[in-house]
Write a protein that binds this ligand. Structure first.
Ligand SMILES: [Zn+2]
Length: 117
């Protein structure tokens, strides 16, 4: 389950960032994840709920995920096309010589924090 590695990496970044910002707690984290990362949403949620409890800052932090569907550009005819994880052949000319333009991102888009004032 590689979601554990993803979640612990994200939480580390989130906690470091929140601490630097002087946060007392993290309310929400928004991620952007490409389908090509092969993240299973249920496993991601499960890992999040387990590992967020390791730090008081993220104890109640909510996780939101924005999915990015893959898109590639054909290096032969220039066609840009959307596809799933398994079918990456150019629909216009049939070439398998394609370049993935998006769908492999794994980014923290934003996070909402609270500070004690
Ligand atoms: Zn093509």
């Amino acid at each position: 389950m590689h979601e554990i590695g993803i979640v612990s990496g994200i939480l580390k970044t989130v906690i470091d960032t929140a601490r630097e910002a002087g946060a007392s707690r993290v309310v929400r984290v928004l991620l952007r994840i490409g389908d090509m990362c092969e993240v299973v949403p249920e496993s991601l949620d499960f890992a999040w709920e387990v590992f967020r409890e390791d730090d008081p800052l993220t104890l109640e932090a909510a996780l939101e995920v924005e999915e990015v569907h893959p898109r590639s550009r054909c290096l032969v005819c220039g066609e840009v096309f959307a596809h799933d994880r398994f079918h990456m052949r150019c629909p216009a000319c049939g070439s398998g010589d394609t370049h993935l333009e998006c769908g492999r991102e794994l980014d923290i888009v934003s996070m909402e924090i609270e500070t004690d004032d």
